[in-house]
Design a protein around this ligand. Structure first.
Ligand SMILES: Nc1nc2c(ncn2[C@@H]2O[C@H](COP(=O)(O)OP(=O)(O)O)[C@@H](O)[C@H]2O)c(=O)[nH]1
Ligand SMILES: [Mg+2]
Length: 686
């Protein structure tokens, strides 16, 4: 397992790839003069030689087929197969020839490959990074070397480098060209690395073979190191500087293992071995080995490598193990926290809860609407009974209607006129009188019945009009108001009282009046004219002398006559008087029963009916609202239950997430501190 990562930083052509090859002892990775490694390449040790091509998305089989063809055309024996995601394809070589990997990668990662192998273009574009696995024991198994394109070369790679790779690297090896060490273009980048990221940086001035021996001074008192120190001033304290010739070291390894021969070295323009030394080495029993040793010595690669391993395994050992464990824990914790956070989010936006809340609001609104509608109805009903226009429909109003139906005018027209007519017709009156007025009672009953029937009809019609108006309103608004109409109003008269028009008293009155009048008249005449008249003389009988006798006699005669005349006078005007008397009696009776009795009764009845309807409507709406209230209560209970469950779930999940995040953060802190501690220790040592 890889615990330690080394990141090789530097502009293109400084020799990063060459240096990495040197670690593995042969030319596994392509080195070219042009800007080269377009993909980030991880190089590490493994049992067999493999190249893993990694993409963000699955790579289609047809696309990879081109690579298979390329390999077989180039005579490279390798098996190409995907992992389960098809994002990663593994090229597994049958043999461990560095040349095979070199050629494969040349076709895939170098920029010139576009022209040389145009068919591989699609595959090249899909590949994000490359892992080269090399079966060499020269590098420890837990180290990965990360080769990058020049930091300035590709913006996207730059982001990837800063965000993904650097945080996971234990050491950054910054390469500089011996010819331009003083103008380090990556100065700001390095400053960031050191200050913000707390990363340890080794500075390697490569191509030292191109320098004069006196220029090679890692202490920086002269030569390129001096320039570099000046350049890094204020950025890195006590930087560790190495002079290396990656090229010499690589050739030395290759020569030692026989990948190249002495003549290859001799032909190579980049290698300069002083003539006398070359001659001297030639004399040795094994010149190849001697020359290899010489080149390796000159390259100073071993010193660099030793210091590097020393740093990684002594100074950084614990840190490396600790950080790799912590990194594992951190990533693990974050990974497990993520789905829980998603769950929390889902729990927070429970659609069912939302639905219930909306439904509850809707029902509440419905109750409000019902109450408002009911109030409006009752208002209308009251207005209707008072009379007026509603929605272009005219309503007379009940009080008005009753007053009209029971007005003097209609009673006169509907009752008195008819009874008078009847009394004046033929011998109705006489017959009535002779039969104790029973026919008159019957007639009056009939007239009253007719009158009350028509009054009832009109009242009922009016009631129906406004009750229907209200009920229709209710139905039209979608309410299922089942209302059985109240029974019709049927006004009824009571039994007609016996009507009796006895004229006895008026006879007595006329009779006594006549007596009085006749008596007084006779007395006045007797006293005035006949005071000297002698009744005994006149009658021829002896009579005692009585004063005022004439007045007595005439008064008596007058009274008798007056009485008789009175009776005659009374009996002559009888019918007319009787009729008037009857009418008077009937009108008192009707006044009492109809006007006051029935009218008031009808009014009360209509009022009761109205109140009954209002109460029915209220009961209906109260019931309706009560049902709705029950629904609301049930929903509220459900909402409460759901909310509690939701809160509980969220709390439970949040607790877990918090713990996981705490673990992750703690692990992260340890990683960061480990790096810092290492750096501080290292700096102290230097
Ligand atoms: N003279 C000399 N040339 C070198 C040395 N290291 C690398 N080169 C050459 O520099 C060129 C670029 O090397 P490469 O490793 O591809 O650089 P990269 O772009 O940083 O990966 C190649 O031609 C190498 O042969 C060295 O130590 N001395
Ligand atoms: Mg390179």
């Amino acid at each position: 397992m890889v615990n330690i990562a080394l990141f090789f930083l530097g502009e293109f052509n400084v020799g990063k790839t060459t240096l990495i090859n040197t670690f593995f002892g042969d030319t596994y990775l392509p080195m070219v003069l042009e800007e080269c490694t377009a993909k980030v390449t991880y190089v590490m040790v493994g049992e067999t030689m493999k190249v893993v091509l990694r993409a963000q998305q699955p790579i289609a089989v047809e696309v990879v087929q081109v690579l298979r063809e390329f390999l077989s055309y180039s005579g490279i024996e390798a098996d190409v197969h995907p992992d389960e995601t098809f994002n990663n394809w593994v090229v597994e070589y049958k043999s461990n020839y560095p040349e095979d990997m070199y050629r494969t990668l040349s076709a895939i990662v170098t920029l010139t490959a576009d022209e040389e192998f145009p068919k591989l273009k699609i595959l090249r574009e899909k590949i994000e990074e490359v892992i080269a696995i090399i079966p060499e024991s020269s590098v420890e198994e837990d180290i990965a070397l990360v080769d990058s394109p020049g930091v300035h070369s590709i913006t996207e790679t730059h982001r990837k480098v800063t965000e993904d790779i650097i945080p996971n690297c234990h050491l950054v090896v910054c390469l500089l060209d011996s010819q331009s060490a003083g103008n380090e273009h990556n100065r700001d980048f390095i400053a960031k690395l050191v200050k913000e990221r707390q990363r340890k940086v080794f500075f390697v001035i490569n191509k030292s073979d191109q320098l004069n021996p006196e220029e090679i001074d890692p202490q920086g008192r002269r030569g390129p190191a001096k320039d570099l120190l000046r350049c890094l001033e204020g950025t890195v304290q006590n930087p560790e500087i190495f002079f290396v010739s990656a090229l010499y070291a690589l050739y030395a390894s290759q020569l030692l293992r026989g990948s190249i021969t002495l003549s290859d070295i001799d032909k190579n323009e980049k290698i300069h071995i002083p003539y006398n030394i070359r001659n001297q080495l030639e004399q040795a029993p094994n010149p190849g080995e001697e020359i290899a040793n010489y080149l390796m010595n000159r390259s100073s690669f071993q010193q660099f490598k030793n210091r590097l391993l020393d740093y990684l395994y002594t100074e950084n050992r614990e840190g490396a193990v600790l950080t790799s464990v912590c990194r594992f824990i951190r990533d693990f914790a974050y990974r497990y926290a993520k789905p829980l956070e998603v769950k929390i989010q889902l729990a927070q936006q429970n659609p069912r809860l939302e639905r219930i809340r909306k439904e509850r609001q809707r029902l509440y609104q419905e109750i409000q609407n019902n109450s408002k509608f009911m109030e409006k109805l009752i208002e209308q009903l009251n207005a209707l009974s008072e009379g007026g226009n509603i929605n272009d429909e005219k309503f007379e109003g009940q009080n008005h209607l009753i007053n009209r139906l029971f007005s003097r005018q209609s009673i006169e027209n509907e009752i008195f006129k008819l009874i008078r007519q009847w009394l004046c017709t033929g011998d109705n009156l006489t017959k009535a009188r002779k039969n104790k007025y029973i026919p008159l009672q019957e007639k009056l009953g009939e007239i009253l019945d007719n009158y009350l029937k028509s009054v009832s009809a009109e009242i009922n019609q009016s009631i129906e009009q406004y009750e229907n108006f209200v009920k229709n309103q209710i139905l039209e608004n979608g309410y299922n108001f089942q209302h059985t109409s109240l029974s019709k109003i049927n006004l009824e008269r009571g039994a007609i009282v016996a009507i009796d028009a006895s004229l006895a008293f008026s006879y007595i009155l006329f009779f006594t009046g006549g007596i009085l009048l006749g008596g007084v008249t006779g007395a006045i005449i007797g006293e005035g004219f006949l005071s000297q008249f002698s009744w005994p003389d006149y009658l021829g009988i002896a009579l005692p002398i009585i004063p005022h006798i004439s007045a007595y006699i005439l008064g008596g005669i007058g009274a008798t006559l007056g009485g008789i005349l009175g009776l005659i006078a009374r009996s002559m005007g009888g019918d007319e008087i009787r009729r008037e008397k009857l009418i008077e009696k009937i009108s008192t009776y009707i006044e009492k029963t109809l006007i006051q009795g029935l009218k008031e009764k009808t009014k009360t009845e209509l009022e009761t009916r109205k109140n009954q309807l209002i109460s029915d409507i209220q009961t209906y709406f109260d019931d309706l609202n009560m049902q709705l209230n029950n629904q609301i209560r049930k929903l509220a209970e459900e909402e409460d239950r759901l909310q509690k469950a939701q809160q509980e779930l969220i709390q439970r999940l949040q607790g877990k997430v918090d713990k996981l995040n705490e673990i992750a953060n703690h692990a992260h802190e340890i990683i960061e501190t480990a790096f810092k501690t290492n750096l501080t220790n290292t700096n102290k040592d230097v």
